[in-house]
Design a protein around this ligand. Structure first.
Ligand SMILES: O=C(O)C[C@H]1C=CC(=O)O1
Length: 92
């Protein structure tokens, strides 16, 4: 199942720089592991924003929720999910 996901990162401006660096490093490792597993096949930065557009390829809504809520940045992100279905005009 494919999902289009937008993540807007909202880190507090007064967050301790070492705490911020640790969360961002753990986020990178977590996301790269999911990319290697094929569960996060697209990750794009939105130009000019601390936001990304991602495509997840997972087995269920529950799996996606588990992966997203495990993101180290999860407490600091607004996340919008769009489930994707096959378009009837798509050439296969
Ligand atoms: O920077 C972001 O867009 C947030 C998040 C998504 C992957 C990652 O490494 O960080």
């Amino acid at each position: 199942m494919l999902f289009h996901v937008r993540m807007d990162v909202r880190l507090p401006s007064d967050m301790d720089p070492s705490v911020r660096a640790d969360i961002v490093a753990r986020e990178k490792a977590y996301s790269q592991q999911l990319q290697r597993e094929g569960k996060w096949p697209h990750l794009w930065r939105i130009v000019g924003e601390y936001s990304n557009i991602s495509i997840f390829d997972v087995g269920s809504n529950d799996e996606l929720h588990e992966l997203l809520s495990g993101l180290p940045l999860f407490p600091y992100m607004d996340i919008r999910v769009m489930p994707l279905a096959t378009h009837p005009s798509k050439v296969s």
